[in-house]
Write a protein that binds this ligand. Sequence first.
Ligand SMILES: [Fe+2]
Length: 167
Amino acid sequence: MMSEKLLSALNEQINHEFEAANLYLSMAAYCAKEGFAGCSNFFVAQAAEERFHGMKILHFVNELGKKAVIAGLPGPQQDFGSVKGAFEAALKHEMKVTDLINRILDLAHGEKHYATISFLQWFVDEQVEEEGSFHEILDKFEIIGESRSGLYLLDKELGARKFSPEA
Ligand SMILES: [Fe+2]
């Protein structure tokens, strides 16, 4: 039997994922305004991925026979200082999400709620990928520095990203 505390933590995570989706859309809008259409596309795909994460937890809560709760979301950050700044904020956000997932896992372990432990393993692996991908992009920004042609190529590379949910 799942505690109310664990159920609330899962419900809060649904909303954190939707909140992340809005944050990434805000980053997409910021990058588009700065003329970085590729980075904007990257963040649109990232937003779709976060929405998918939220839906994944929502379905899990439903499958457990519980009620998922959709809450109001706070407005996302609007200004990121620079396009690189948006990616820095994204990495910071993903690190926060990793902490949140780990905390829910701690709760699930405490309750020996094996279904949640098993379900969240996918998110643990996903967070390693997410943080890794933002680290990689930030490394590229470091290498490029102020080079306009470098930024042009990076923007083009990030523009190729598409989100397709796992099969
Ligand atoms: Fe996520």
